[in-house]
Write a protein that binds this ligand. Sequence first.
Ligand code: GDP
Ligand code: MG
Length: 436
Amino acid sequence: SLSERLEGAFKQLKGEGRISEINIATTVKEIRRALVDADVNYKIAKDFTDRVKDKALGEKVLTAISPGQLMVKIVKDELVELMGSTESELDIKTNPTVILIAGLQGSGKTTFSGKLANFLKSKKNKKPLLVAADIYRPAAIDQLKVLGGQVGVEVYSEPENKNAVEIAENAIKHAKAQGNNIVIIDTAGRLAVDEVMMTEVSNVKKAVNPQEILFVVDSMTGQDAVNTAKAFNERLNFSGIVLTKLDGDTRGGAALTITYTVQKPIKFVSMGEKLDTLDVFYPERMAQRILGMGDITTLVERAQEQFNEEQAKKLEKKIRQNQFDFDDFKEQLAQIKKMGSIKDLLGMIPGVGKAVKDLDISDDAFKGIEAMINSMTPAERGNPDLIDGSRRKRIAKGAGKEIQDVNQFMKQFEQMRQMMKMMNKIPGGAKGLKMR
Ligand code: GDP
Ligand code: MG
């Protein structure tokens, strides 16, 4: 899968101090390939990875997170920035606000019109009027009427009139008379961009002067979507994009390519045929979808917050001098706990999230260890070698544990210290080990 491939590329970064030109070459290539796989146009993917590379070079790698995770975060942040950082709201202050819906046939215009009417009525307290301006297919009027009926919104139509401009103008008069503060005009589409359709929709635009022109595009059409978006934008200079059919298994790379190409915000995503499956667009979520990852960025952010460099250096020094003791251990535990529950943390790792969701992982194991450390005297904590049999018995009692628990914990702690000692004997420490 995509995220596996990315992680594979990231693995080689482990153990490096800073991200350098050489150690991200493969990673950058993998990211580019991943984006192209997600339907992002090649040239855009290349521009994008160049930007990511510039940002990543020289970034300091924190001990708490792997360089790979840091790269993922840089990539994701960059994606979010490209897709418009924050949600882009509709401009609905004018009374009535006219919203023109345009796009190819089958892209989901009529369905979206119904959803939008529902959204504005129930979430924004508006009184919308739906307008059937598709003059080529009689069934289109009925389709909109069914949708309007389901959401309790009036549908304006003139079945005998073959002039979309007139219908739109009359609908606005009707809206003003009836007190509708939103007019949603659903237009006709063709299977491909053609002159008749373009002329008609731009004539409607000229006549009604809409506050919003929303270009509806099927997210499953991939690369083609870009050319369609370009053609519509040149003629209509639309104000926003609506991505439909995101409930399919498309990765949504089209979202990135289209916004990047036409420099217009995505305002809504449609995720199903039910009328309440419309959502405002969150660049953050789309970035994660494109990258096929769990919430790894949150994990990285928390790690960056919680692990300060000073502490990390102090700890490293103690490890180097074979002085790692129970106080240090306790401090590490506290750090991990500050980042959230163990289950939450595991859940944020891509690929692990699903697996742990149903498991009963509690923080009790950690509580037991903490209790044992708390039962030690300061002298014992600072000098673990002091802890003999009778002291172990006392510690077990104080922590409400069995002596076997203390023995096991002591054994694990000793193994950990042995490992640290071995690392220190190798020139260059852990890095030296890796190089052999
Ligand atoms: P129009 O020709 O642009 O008006 O497109 P329609 O609204 O008639 O939609 C075309 C087809 O796509 C219909 O079968 C819709 O039910 C379907 N459709 C529209 N939006 C979505 C969506 O978000 N998800 C899915 N799965 N199907 C959709
Ligand atoms: Mg339609």
